[in-house]
Write a protein that binds this ligand. Structure first.
Ligand code: SAH
Ligand code: SF4
Ligand code: F3S
Length: 460
């Protein structure tokens, strides 16, 4: 069946449901990464077309959806905790409970849910997200419990309605899946093989966003720099795509996550240098600073290779800063290996470091590796890394004081309703006092003080 036909079928289910559903409310809890955020925006798009309205409190909902993540054990634990809460809402409101996302692609999880959480009405996976209208119809009209999970390499569905969370910055998925099989990682097993969207679909989505007033976009994929274009407007590579996006009027800031160091080719560096809209903070996931551990992780670069790449990028694009992901306590990581990680952190002086304690994932090669690291050692290493990162963060923040920065004002700050919040081109949160009318605009701000996780600024 053609993929467009699939979406037509779902549109028919949307029309049928629209006649039954009115005044009903939905609640979505999204766990995990930006790809899941973007998927939740599509779920919200389908539900709003059916006639559901969004609520922010679970206990007011008629339909509760958890979009799950399984990247680490604590992400999975969270879902089981929240299911208890959802069950109470179901007993009170007769709410429908639906689970979806990466965690649902794992057989042992489905078995556990079916055995111990039979009150879950709908389960769908990452490959069947577009079928939510059909799944809801089967449950509501045919009164059948739905288990709609398939294990395939994956397809791409265009034309799913989308309800975006923000009015000025948007997520745009450019490729799905992953072929890298880093030995610790569950993603290739739950998201399928790498597949790139057609360049014309990506560009028309971004042009539409620009027309609606969106200023900032983030291109998403597990390995964005292995993007493969279909030749539309001569777009074949990720670098070609970056240049084409940079040409779209109205878009002012372009981010992308995540690139893989092994695929960071020179043409991508040249595109970053030439395209001024591309953010000057680059996420370059390190994972470990030890060449031995990197080999065991199947990352396909060495400590020196990573440092040289960062230096080459910095040489071509001097105003760039880096952020990264690091895992501590991978099986076999010695004190020496860990010191290599600290050494790279010192050398690169990252602007932001996302730190994780290694978590065993069912079915991955690292799960079976010997020399799993003791929990106490993992935590102790995590603390040492955290201390180094926080010290560097404080020093880096000080460099901003007195400088002028271009900031996209995103909205009212959560903690103080009298202030607005935005980000620098290097992704630092800036809080300032200014009129609501600046929301969605890019303005010049002078940084006056630093507070670890944010900077304070004044309009100039
Ligand atoms: N595709 C992205 C990563 C997506 S997952 C990339 O390659 O950079 C986000 C981060 O979670 C990874 O970068 C890694 O640091 C971390 N992560 C993945 N699997 C993990 C595991 N089993 N235990 C701990 N952290 C993990
Ligand atoms: Fe996981 Fe590696 Fe793929 Fe990233 S590149 S999603 S870490 S397997
Ligand atoms: Fe989690 Fe799936 Fe993203 S496992 S990190 S939500 S791709």
């Amino acid at each position: 069946m053609l993929k467009n036909d699939e979406i037509d079928i779902q549109n028919k289910y949307i029309s049928k449901l629209r006649q039954i559903i009115s005044g009903k409310k939905y609640y979505i809890l999204t766990m995990g990464c930006n790809l899941n955020e973007n998927d939740s925006e599509k779920i919200a798009g389908m539900l709003e077309k059916i006639g559901y309205n969004k609520v922010d409190e679970m206990n007011k909902a008629d339909l509760i959806i958890f979009n799950t993540c399984c990247i680490r054990e604590n992400a999975e634990d969270k879902v089981f905790g929240k299911l208890g809460e959802a069950k109470k809402v179901k007993e009170k409101n007769n709410a429908i409970i639906a689970l979806c996302g990466c965690m649902m692609q794992q057989k042992h999880i489905i078995e556990k849910l079916n055995k111990s959480y039979p009150f879950v009405d709908i389960i769908f996976g990452t490959h069947t997200l577009h079928k939510l209208p059909e799944d809801l119809y089967k449950l509501i009209v045919a009164k059948n419990k739905v288990r709609d999970v398939i294990d395939i390499d994956g397809e791409i569905y265009e034309g799913i309605p989308i309800k975006r969370t923000s009015k000025n910055k948007a997520l745009v998925t450019i490729m799905y899946g992953c072929n890298n099989f880093c030995t610790y990682c569950i993603v290739p097993y739950v998201r399928g093989r790498e597949r790139s969207r057609k360049a014309e679909n990506i560009l028309s989505e971004i042009q539409e966003l620009a027309k609606k007033g969106y200023k900032e976009i983030t291109l998403l994929g597990q390995n964005v720099n292995s993007y493969k274009g279909n030749g539309y407007k001569e777009i074949y590579t990720f670098a070609d795509l970056l240049r084409a996006v940079n040409d779209i009027d109205g878009i002012e800031i372009i981010n992308f996550i995540s690139p893989h160091p092994k695929d960071f080719t020179d043409d991508v560096i040249d595109a970053i240098r030439d395209c001024k809209k591309i953010s000057r903070i680059l996420h370059l996931p390190l994972q470990s600073g030890s060449s031995n551990v990197l080999k065991l992780m199947n990352r396909k670069y060495t400590k020196e290779g990573y440092i040289n790449l960062a230096k080459k990028i910095k040489h071509e694009v001097p105003d760039v800063v880096f952020s990264t992901d690091i895992i501590v306590g991978f099986p076999g990581e010695t004190e020496e290996d860990f010191k290599d990680t600290l050494d790279v952190v010192k050398t690169i002086n990252f602007e932001q470091v996302f730190m994780f304690i290694y978590s065993k994932r069912v079915g991955t090669p690292a799960e079976k590796m010997e020399n799993q690291i003791d929990e106490k050692v993992k935590h102790e290493r995590f603390e040492r890394l955290k201390q180094l990162v926080e010290k560097q963060l404080e020093e880096n923040n000080k460099k901003y004081i007195g400088t002028e920065q271009e900031i996209l004002i995103e909205g009212v700050s959560k903690n103080n309703k009298n202030t607005l919040t935005g980000r620098t081109k290097t992704n630092k949160i800036v809080i300032l006092e200014a009129d609501d009318s600046y929301i969605g605009k890019i303005i010049n701000v002078k940084i006056v003080s630093e507070h670890m996780w944010y900077l304070k600024g004044e309009m100039v």
